[in-house]
Write a protein that binds this ligand. Structure first.
Ligand code: B3K
Ligand code: ZN
Length: 864
């Protein structure tokens, strides 16, 4: 007989098409919460109103909750029942007051969803479905309520009590507890609920909005971390001003608080008026944070702040619409960051990120459209497709509309849907209406998964150039036949002899399978610059020669296209080197030399342009990835570049050494960046003093950018200085968990052959723990994207990942599931590796008690 208790239950599938409006609305909520880490008592009072035909009972979601009391209109009732994790309450009238009481245990909450303890404080995370772990509620984003929250807690242990909205009242009780009441006047979905109770210090600031509202800003951290919060506070003020200037959006409450916590499943959370952040996206000083960290902090602070309009004031009708808020908000934070420094470098970084995370998603078993049709666990859909490809969709519409109409369309969207829960369709309809364009076929971007491939070939014949474009959207799981998409392609021709543009840039909307575009009056041989600024998130296959690409790397006036030409030249060389064992490196060497010698270029741009594509991205170009061959081809090219341009790298390294103390300015950042790129090439050249040079930089650095840059070089090498540097680094930062994460991560990313063994040993290190998501990701997540080490032929990398993932799933399913995708890439590898990866996926799927998060990812990875 089948044991029903242990039979693996396949989780229910939720479908977009099955959306029904809520049967009951909850215009008002009052929560009374007696906080205690072991037992917190939550009393909820909901004003509910009927929104469907009579007869429909009230259904409240609850995850792991038992009702201690249920009252309707002040009277205790017994005719409630529990059905599939829902509390079902029959209600006769059209409006009632429903009260429930539950107990929860924040200390035992290792999932970090709902109310949990972190570093001795109590905090919440509710998106997407965490509120149902705090109290019974219709936990769906289209039920918008105003919240009144009263918290009581031991005063000595939790002197600070924060929640959404504005503080109303507070007081002390005779028993050593105190209380505070907060009220949020803006109706919001439950996923935006938040509270924090803790022993926290505050970096305060003020911001006056353009209509004169004085907003009190607070960044709350452990007392000792206060000196590391100025950068985040500055970023917040800059974001507030930027959103007023660029989108006309003002802040709407009298207070805006941000709290940093150490244990957090992702980056940060945009709870109304009370953002809660992973401390890695708040804390920074020169000694502990890199330039990359400083940039990321500003971006995430801006992103969460921008959600106040794109997400909170206008929220999502259901979770299938997630990209409505996430894609748009990423697009907004990208625009913000582009305005803080080099827009060209920002675009390069964003496209590099898209190619590293979203393109593999789109070509693998977990591919899904920007607006998915179904899911088992919504937490698995906070993906690069929803966020980063979603942002590219907004960018394409902005390109098609132009800046003035795009702004008008955003205004229309915010005005029309303020205070409501909207859909992606609503957003596109606003773009159409205010932009006066037809986006009927553009909508395919929301429903079709897969990265389109565009082939471009240019024929020149007697004064006429003909550009032939054709597109193909590859099949993805569940979508075998694709229709052609609408692709906005910015393009321009350049004269091969003069190096001058042959006419202005054009925006071509390719919306059929193929199209020819004719250019007349083209006397000299034209070279094609296409998808400038990466105007469409596609892969371009062109017939441009190495000479054409080198030409564009020198003459193109679009910085992204210039970078792209260089990358394509490198990629072609590296693919040839991988497949044939050797390739001529001269064209790349000449193009790199040319770029280094060009005084007109921004050093920040040069640093990105001379970097080789990553091993993973080279692998993505191959039918079957051979990780060792990719590594060898890339090292061979790096070595040749290092030796052929040795004097230049030395010169750059010497002349960009800083004489002033650390400064986070675009110029100082660029100098550090190009210097670290130069150090990498000096090491790649095999120079005998490379390790000594890196070690000297490591020891003398007054900032983490230079220190970690040097450590990274040493850690992939085999000098004796390697261990010394690792020990010095570890001892210097023992007790600083964010920096120790870097210590783990740097080793997990090493290109040495002993990395798999080293990583397995690090998992036994006393400072390693699966309970802290940052630490788990710094070792396991980093290792799984180290193509050479993770894919070591004996399968030890795969086994390690599966072991860790199974262990982590028992504590924290969301974070475990996020680590799984590298195992799903088995189709990209040879049969032996594919079999080893599949075996680990089978082992995971067969694990008793597996979460639905990991089950969905692993089972789809086996099928797709
Ligand atoms: N909205 C949150 C992400 C929540 C993730 C839930 N699994 C942070 C953000 O995108 O701004
Ligand atoms: Zn977001």
């Amino acid at each position: 007989m089948l044991d029903v208790l242990t039979a693996p239950a396949v989780p229910a599938v939720k479908r977009r098409e099955a959306y029904l409006p809520p049967a009951w609305l909850v215009p008002e909520v009052a929560l009374d919460i007696a906080l205690d880490p072991a037992t917190t008592r939550v009393h909820a009072r909901l004003n509910v109103t009927r929104n469907a035909a009579p007869g429909e009972p009230l259904r409240l979601d609850g995850d792991g909750l038992t009702p201690l009391a249920v009252r309707v209109d002040g009277v205790a009732i017994n005719d409630w029942r529990i059905e599939h994790d829902q509390l079902v309450i029959p209600l006769a009238g059209d409006a009632h007051v429903v009260e429930t009481e539950v107990e929860i245990a924040p200390d035992r909450n290792t999932q970090l969803m709902g109310l949990y303890s972190s570093g001795g404080n109590l905090c919440t995370q509710c998106e997407a479905e965490g509120f149902r772990r705090i109290t019974f509620f219709p936990d769906r984003p289209d039920v918008l309520a105003t919240y009144r929250v009263r918290m009581t807690a031991e005063k000595a242990r939790y002197p600070v009590l924060l929640a959404n909205g504005d503080p109303i009242a507070q007081g002390d009780n005779a028993d050593g507890t105190h209380w505070a009441e907060w009220h949020d006047p803006f109706p919001k979905p439950s996923y935006l609920f938040a509270l924090v109770a803790g022993d926290l210090a505050c970096n305060r600031g003020t911001y006056v909005t353009r209509s004169g509202r004085e907003v009190e800003l607070g960044i709350w951290v452990r007392e000792a971390d206060l000196p590391k919060t100025d950068h985040a506070l500055d970023a917040l003020k800059t974001s507030m001003a930027w959103d007023e200037r660029v989108y006309g959006r003002e802040y709407d409450l009298d207070v805006f608080n941000i709290v940093a916590v150490d244990d957090f499943n992702f980056g940060a959370m945009e709870n109304k008026g009370l953002n809660i952040f992973n401390s890695r996206y708040i804390l920074a000083d020169a000694d502990t944070a890199t330039d990359y960290d400083y940039d990321a902090i500003a971006t995430v602070v801006a992103h969460e702040y921008f959600h106040n309009w794109s997400g909170n004031r206008v929220t999502c009708r259901d979770w299938f619409q997630l990209s409505l808020k996430e894609g748009f908000t990423v697009f907004r934070d990208q625009g913000f960051s582009a305005d803080q420094g080099s827009a060209a470098v920002k675009r390069i970084e964003d496209v590099r990120g898209l190619r590293a995370s979203q393109f593999p998603e789109d070509s693998g078993p977990l591919a899904h459209p920007v607006r998915p049709e179904s899911y088992q666990e919504i937490a698995n859909f906070y993906t690069s497709t929803i966020y980063n490809k979603g942002a590219e969709l907004i960018r394409m519409m902005a390109t098609i509309l132009g800046p003035v109409k795009f702004r008008a369309a955003c205004d229309l969207y915010f005005d029309r849907f303020d205070g409501t829960a909207a859909t992606c369709e609503d957003f596109v309809a606003c773009m159409e209406e205010a932009g006066d364009v037809d986006l009927a076929r553009f909508r395919l971007w929301y429903s079709q998964a897969g990265t389109p491939r565009v082939s471009a070939s240019l024929v020149h014949d007697g004064g006429r150039a003909t550009l032939r474009l054709a597109q193909h959207v590859p099949p993805t799981p569940g979508q075998s036949d694709k229709q052609p998409m609408v692709l906005p392609l910015r393009l321009r021709l350049f004269g091969a002899e003069t190096g001058e543009p042959l006419g202005p840039e054009q925006l071509v909307l390719l919306d059929g399978t193929s199209e020819s575009i004719v250019f007349d009056g083209i006397a000299e041989r034209p070279v094609l610059s296409i998808n400038r600024g990466f105007s469409a998130p596609v892969t371009i296959e062109s017939d441009r020669t190495a000479a054409d690409l080198a030409f564009l790397a020198r003459h193109d006036d679009d910085p992204f296209a210039r970078y792209e030409a260089m990358q394509q030249l490198m990629l072609d060389t590296l693919v040839a080197g991988t497949l044939e064992g050797r390739a001529s490196h001269q064209a790349v060497i000449d193009a790199v030399a040319d770029t280094l010698d060009n005084p007109a270029l921004d050093p920040a741009f040069i640093a990105e342009a001379v970097l080789l594509p990553s091993e993973s991205f080279i692998g993505d170009q191959l039918m079957t990835v051979d990780p060792e061959a990719v590594y060898r081809a890339r090292e061979a090219l790096r070595g040749d570049l290092g030796r052929a341009l040795a004097e230049r790298w030395r010169y750059i390294y010497e002349t960009n050494a800083s004489t002033a103390p650390y400064e986070y300015t675009p110029a100082a950042k660029a100098a550090r960046r190009i210097r670290s790129v130069a150090l990498g090439y000096i090491a790649a050249s095999g120079a005998s003093d490379a390790a000594a040079l890196a070690f000297r930089q490591f020891e003398r650095a007054d900032n983490m950018t230079d220190r970690q840059g040097a450590l990274t070089v040493l850690v992939s090498g085999d000098s004796d200085l390697r261990e010394a540097a690792l020990d010095i680094f570890y001892n210097r930062y023992a007790g600083n968990s964010l920096v120790l994460d870097k210590w783990f991560q740097t080793q997990a990313l090493s290109s040495r052959t002993d990395t798999p063994a080293a990583v397995a040993a690090l998992a036994e290190h006393p400072d390693f723990t699966l309970a802290n998501p940052n630490r788990a990701r710094s070792l396991i997540g980093a290792f799984a994207v180290n193509q050479r080490a993770f894919n070591v032929a004996d399968g030890t990398g795969y086994r390690f990942l599966a072991d860790q993932l199974i262990a982590l799933d028992r504590l924290n399913p969301q974070t475990a599931a996020k680590l799984l995708p590298p195992l799903g890439r088995w189709r990209r590898f040879d049969p032996a590796r594919a079999a080893l990866m599949r075996a680990e996926l089978e082992r995971i799927v067969g694990t008793p008690g597996l979460s639905k998060d990991v089950f969905e990812q692993a089972s789809k990875s086996l099928e797709g």
